[in-house]
Design a protein around this ligand. Structure first.
Ligand code: AMP
Length: 190
């Protein structure tokens, strides 16, 4: 299994790039944001619990998120590898992933960050909010709150993965194809 963590601020293009990478490397794409939104839409017990955090642009508590993530991974026992999009987002989640993957004989191969300037991303998200229907993309205060969550809780993961020698960063500004090429250059060299 080759497991890749796609890392980056909201709006950096993780979801867009994941669509290309999953085809190219035959990976299972797990977006925790997408799984939460599916549960919200279907008003499941998980959706009911997650809604208040998501609508505010806050992170959903670790325990709930990690349980959901492990359930998702376990749905794909035969996979070539997993492309994690939006998980882990806290040190505690990264530790949980590092504890869980060995139980299925696996590990994180690399974490690749898509880097982009905050102001470009805020504009991108507000634009996306006009068509995505996502409440958390429509209000600049909520978007800024998501960046604050990122800076406080998610940014420390860079150091966590650097210490493990698994952190790579690519410039997230450019055409979709250019960015895909930067990502594949990293993955092909692993
Ligand atoms: P995303 O689509 O990745 O931007 O995620 C949308 C929202 O889902 C986030 O703002 C959080 O409320 C929630 N979420 C997604 N992934 C996680 C995670 N790994 N930890 C906590 N909350 C998450």
């Amino acid at each position: 299994m080759i497991n890749i963590v796609l890392f980056g601020k909201p709006g950096a293009g993780k979801g867009t790039q994941a669509e290309f990478l999953k085809e190219k490397y035959k990976l299972t794409h797990i977006s925790t944001g997408d799984v939460f939104r599916y549960n919200l839409k279907n008003d499941t017990p998980l959706g009911k619990e997650a809604r208040v955090y998501m609508d505010a642009g806050d992170l959903v508590p670790d325990e709930l998120t990690t349980k959901m993530l492990i359930d998702e991974v376990n749905k794909h026992p035969e996979t070539n590898g997993i492309l994690f999009d939006g998980y882990p987002r806290t040190i505690s989640q990264a530790e949980a992933l590092d504890a869980f993957l060995p139980t299925i004989g696996s590990k994180v191969a690399a974490t690749i960050a898509l880097e982009a300037d905050d102001e470009i991303l805020v504009t991108r998200l507000l634009e996306r909010g006009k068509t995505s229907g996502r409440i958390d993309d429509q209000d600049e205060d909520k978007i800024r709150n998501r960046y604050q969550e990122y800076n406080e809780k998610t940014a420390p993961l860079m150091g966590y993965y650097k210490e493990q020698g698994k952190f790579y960063a690519v410039n997230g500004i450019g055409s979709i194809q250019e960015i895909t090429e930067r990502l594949t250059a990293v993955i092909d060299n692993l």
